[in-house]
Design a protein around this ligand. Structure first.
Ligand code: SF4
Ligand code: SF4
Length: 258
């Protein structure tokens, strides 16, 4: 496999211009959508089959009582352990040689297992095409030596594209610099390849805790929860059975003494 490619989104640099969202739509020929009122400037509440990149606008109350805008250009995380890929029964979702996660539209059978298996709610079902849709990291552009359209369009370099190891080192330095500037909650999300989901190939620098951005603190592949839950159920069943057996034997012995 080639060296893993990644996108590092530094939310501290985002100005909410949505150039990334527009560039994504343009390159991927995604249609217009009627904006939905979300209570903020965010124009869709979730990813859709026509929105693969979504700029989130979050208001955070500060201890002083002031409100702060937190902006985050969100996208498929191209997880090292990808729930969508593990759930796909046809092999339509696959890992590229760059470590990213793509969908072969002509192999997708529209079963939607991937939709419910993404811990981030990224995959959307396209009713017209009858297939699952999400960000491909602009695989067609990457194959031709171009970066993803969103990263190219971002005027502030909030979205950076490159080799994962280089970007992680850069991101770590940026966190330290921000902490030095007084951003005490600055942190990386998904950069650690020993952390949740084996690390995210689209990782983020956040200025507050993940839940502020509606991100799970410790996302898991849902199928693995099912295995753990099943083992727990089996163990509980065995314990209940053992308890019943002991009670039965106890009663039998009590009856013999009488
Ligand atoms: S974020 Fe969701 S859709 Fe993207 S690779 Fe991870 S599991 Fe798949
Ligand atoms: S293009 Fe860059 S600055 Fe503009 S919304 Fe997207 S990430 Fe933020």
């Amino acid at each position: 496999m080639a060296r893993t490619l990644a996108m590092f989104t530094d939310t501290s640099l985002c100005i909410g211009c949505r150039a990334c969202q527009v560039a994504c739509k343009q390159w991927n020929e995604l249609g217009m959508e009627t904006p939905q009122w979300t209570g903020t400037y965010q124009n869709q509440p979730h990813f859709t089959d026509q929105t693969y990149r979504l700029v989130r606008f979050v208001e955070e109350a500060r201890p002083t009582g002031e409100l702060a805008w937190l902006l985050m250009s969100d996208v498929c995380k191209h997880c090292a352990q990808a729930g969508c890929l593990e759930a796909c029964p046809t092999g339509a979702i696959y890992r590229t040689q760059y470590g990213t996660v793509d969908i072969k539209q002509d192999v997708c059978n529209g079963c939607r297992y991937c939709v419910s298996s993404c811990p981030f709610g990224v995959v959307a079902f396209d009713k017209t095409a009858g297939t699952a849709k999400k960000c491909t990291f602009c695989n067609d552009r990457i194959q031709n030596g171009l970066g993803p359209a969103c990263a190219k369009a971002c005027p502030t370099e909030s979205i950076q594209f490159g080799f994962r190891d280089d970007l992680v080192a850069k991101a770590q330095k940026r966190v330290e610099a921000l902490k030095g500037m007084g951003f005490r909650d600055a942190q990386l999300y998904g950069a650690d390849s020993k952390g949740f989901l084996g690390g995210l190939n689209a990782f983020f620098l956040l200025l507050s805790k993940p839940s502020t951005y509606n991100l799970p603190d410790s996302p898991k592949v849902p199928q693995r929860n099912v295995v753990a839950d099943s083992l727990l159920s089996i163990a509980s069943g065995v314990l209940v059975g053992l308890g019943a057996l002991l009670a039965f034997r106890g009663r039998g012995q009590g009856g013999g003494d009488a």
